[in-house]
Design a protein around this ligand. Structure first.
Ligand SMILES: Nc1nc2c(c(=O)[nH]1)N(C=O)[C@@H](CNc1ccc(C(=O)N[C@@H](CCC(=O)O)C(=O)O)cc1)CN2
Ligand SMILES: Nc1ncnc2c1ncn2[C@@H]1O[C@H](COP(=O)(O)OP(=O)(O)OP(=O)(O)O)[C@@H](O)[C@H]1O
Length: 214
């Protein structure tokens, strides 16, 4: 089996496993993960870290639900950024949203910012923290996505934008259920690595890039 087949098999298995979690468990764990994430953000802000903007995914299928996290960020006055998928070149466009009604049905059935309602971020914009969705995560920051390469390309783009602007690159934090933790996710050299993962059991990983965000 080559790597592409290995990834495809891992994707199918991980999607089946996540889809098989009961809705009651997914809701409860999503709540806990959002609370843990809020505590972590509070702690960072309290320590004086620059946390002005976060990027979050809008959940689809059985993904961990980020609703409470996004609403907390709004209440705190943080800029909440959400992406639109451009299927042609598999890139993502960023928009700041301030309310749920700025979203509309988009690519792959994922709710996306409505360009007529949300504010498009400038070309050089770099969020402070990116909350990353995934099918599976491992203890080394490895992440398995749906196979579009969207976050891999986006990670490269943000690294370049941060260098150009002379600002810190974002922190990349995976959000998921403990059931999505895997021993080793199949990885290619172009695959992005997350700086840490938060599950309902707590903060995971976090030493991948030499610094522990938790
Ligand atoms: N909430 C959320 N938003 C996200 C992602 C995500 O994982 N979660 N993505 C993370 O990158 C990007 C979207 N990536 C996706 C890539 C493929 C498929 C998809 O439906 N793939 C088919 C199989 C392949 C195909 O037919 O093209 C499938 O799973 O049935 C969905 C989303 C950007 N936005
Ligand atoms: N930085 C990149 N530049 C160009 N192509 C890329 C890049 N990253 C990934 N790709 C291509 O995108 C495709 C999907 O990559 P991969 O299997 O790693 O996706 P994924 O990380 O699971 O997906 P996603 O990030 O959308 O959740 C592959 O064909 C890969 O070669």
């Amino acid at each position: 089996m080559d790597r592409a087949e290995e990834k495809q098999a891992a994707r199918t298995a991980a999607a089946l496993k996540r889809d098989g979690l009961s809705e009651a468990c997914r809701m409860a764990w999503s709540d806990t993960v959002c609370q843990l994430t809020v505590e972590w953000l509070r702690r960072r802000i309290g320590e004086g870290a620059a946390v002005r903007s976060i990027m979050a995914y809008v959940p689809f299928r059985s993904e961990l639900d980020t609703t409470l996290l996004i609403e907390w960020c709004w209440r705190k006055g943080l800029t909440v950024v959400v992406s639109r998928c451009i299927r042609g070149d598999r890139s993502m466009e960023l928009y700041a949203i301030e309310a749920w009604d700025e979203l509309m049905p988009g690519a792959y059935g994922i709710r996306e910012p409505d360009p007529a309602a949300a504010r498009r971020c400038g070309a050089g914009f770099v969020p402070d923290i990116v909350f990353v969705p995934g099918l599976a995560f491992d203890g080394d920051g490895g992440r398995l996505g749906y196979g579009g390469g969207y976050y891999d390309r986006f990670h490269e783009r943000m690294a370049a934008a941060a260098r150009l602007a002379g600002v810190e690159a974002p922190l990349w934090i995976g959000l998921g259920y403990e059931a999505q933790q895997a021993d080793a996710v199949p990885m290619d050299s172009h695959d992005m690595v997350v700086d840490g993962v938060i599950t309902e059991l707590g903060y995971r990983g976090g030493t991948t890039n030499g610094t522990d965000p938790f």
